[in-house]
Write a protein that binds this ligand. Sequence first.
Ligand code: GRF
Length: 216
Amino acid sequence: MTQTPYKIAVLVSGNGSNLQALIDAIKAGVLSVAIVGVISNNANAYALTRAQQAGITSIAFAQDSNDKPLSRQAFERKALAQLKKWQPNLLVLAGFMRILTPAFMTGLHELNLPAINLHPSLLPQYKGRNTHQRVLMAGDLAHGCSVHMLTEDLDAGKVLTQARLTVSPNDDVHSLQQRVHTLEHQLLPWTVWLLAKGLLTQKTPLPLPWCLHFDV
Ligand code: GRF
């Protein structure tokens, strides 16, 4: 008997190395989900090339028919209409660099579509941008990344999983960015795997987030 695959859609804006980590995990047979499509708000995102190379449907909603940049609202309307067609079980924000509006969240709710976001800090610390710089300025010894439920409030939804590293005295923004990226490439596929298997849900009453401690 063949099982219906757990389907995910991915929102991206840039390089897409985390999308690549998902693609690679699927190809390696360690993540049994299907990526039904990739949506970008940036027509030049390398993530779109990665999707095409993997034979995954990818769409950029970036310009209108007159080549003018799409408004945030227009992007969100188009993305929601596309998600309605694809009917994924989960929406994954992997390097999606734009804040979504409450209307988008309502749209996801109407589609009954849960969404997760990957963020380069140990939430609830350092919501928003420039996380590596802020960790260094504060002299923190621990840093890492989190996968959390997407909600209306920026980087504030329930934390599902985290991976952490120890900041070294030699670290700078660039090295931390690289080291956290390495963590993200392990954390995101693992979290999607947990969700697809039903081992983790947004209602799972975990006392602490599932946490990996890597030394990278
Ligand atoms: C990641 O660091 C992610 O945490 C942040 O944006 C970056 C995206 O990287 N939200 P990539 O596009 O997946 O390479």
